[in-house]
Design a binder for this molecule. Structure first.
Ligand code: COA
Length: 266
């Protein structure tokens, strides 16, 4: 990704061939998220959802040292006191929700530190690719922070309860191999190869039929969220939309003509 740069902390946006990259850009603080960066995330996700040309959203951090070291602790004296913590968590929560519910597939591209809110953000993505350099931790218990119960669900959608307990109770760092073994990441890549691997995966997904991916994504999320009573009627409608789509005609035609399909998401 882009090299480290000076400047005010921000969430940068870059478009590359149907893939929208959202880049946590606060390298002086290992891409820690300021309150302003959390607040920007739902807006950026909404923009990506509304942009028909965007097929995949990638979240990453500036430089190789960190995906994100979590929330910007230097703001906590003011932004996360006993009086302001609930409001801070609300903004934080809206950011996680926006990523978790994004209508487009999401990938976290993780290099270096992926801690606290950074790890939670990665857990809210559909897929996580890590560099061998990646280090994961949820250090809330080391800081006396109460971990918001709303943030447990995305974590439990990715790792087992036993692993979530280990992450939360110890607050210790886990390396990329441990993260792979616990299912926290989908794959691990050499530091020089991680961004190429993310680009290739994003491209592979971007070439597929968007309505098929949306139906799959919503089905997986709904069945995780309401395993006993999923809204199958709503999910069936998404599947019906696939069968009624131009892309379904294109997919069959391309198969028979032995060429790559060109999907339009309709
Ligand atoms: N918020 C604000 N600043 C942060 C930060 C965070 N979450 N994480 C790192 N930084 C800052 C450091 O204060 C330091 O700033 P300085 O150069 O002005 O002193 C800079 O980023 C580099 O971090 P440093 O601690 O020197 O790097 P390191 O390689 O020795 O350690 C970490 C890296 C990630 C282990 C360590 O910075 C850390 O524990 N960060 C906090 C992680 C955390 O608890 N996140 C959860 C927040 S809820």
């Amino acid at each position: 990704m882009a090299d480290g740069r000076d400047g005010a902390p921000q969430l940068r946006t870059e478009d590359r061939g149907g893939v929208r990259w959202l880049v946590a850009d606060n390298p002086a603080r290992l891409n820690a998220f300021t309150r302003g960066m959390w607040a920007a995330l739902p807006r950026r996700i909404a923009e990506a959802e509304q942009d028909h040309d965007v097929r995949v959203v990638v979240l990453t951090g500036t430089g190789e040292k960190a995906f994100s070291a979590g929330a910007d602790i230097s703001e906590f004296d003011t932004a996360r006191t006993v009086e302001t913590a609930a409001e801070y968590d609300r903004v934080n929560n809206e950011a996680f929700q926006a990523v978790a519910r994004c209508a487009k597939p999401t990938i976290a591209a993780i290099q270096g530190y992926c801690m606290g809110g950074g790890l939670e953000l990665a857990a809210c993505c559909d897929l996580r690719l890590a560099s061998e350099s990646a280090l994961f931790a949820v250090p809330a218990a080391k800081l006396g922070i109460g971990y918001n119960p709303r943030w447990i669900k995305p974590l439990l959608a990715v790792v087992s309860p036993a692993r979530a307990r280990e992450l939360l109770y110890t607050g210790r760092r886990f390396d990329a191999a441990e993260a792979l073994a616990m299912g926290l990441v989908n794959s691990v890549h050499a530091p020089g190869a991680i961004m190429g691997a993310v680009t290739a995966l994003a491209g592979e997904i971007a070439a597929n039929a968007p309505l098929s991916i949306l139906a799959a994504k919503r089905s997986i999320d709904e069945i995780i969220e309401h395993p006993e009573n999923p809204d199958l009627a709503a999910l069936d409608r998404l599947v019906e939309a696939c069968f009624a789509s131009e892309d379904y005609i294109e997919g069959r035609r391309a198969f028979l003509q032995k060429r790559k399909p060109v999907f339009r998401g309709r």
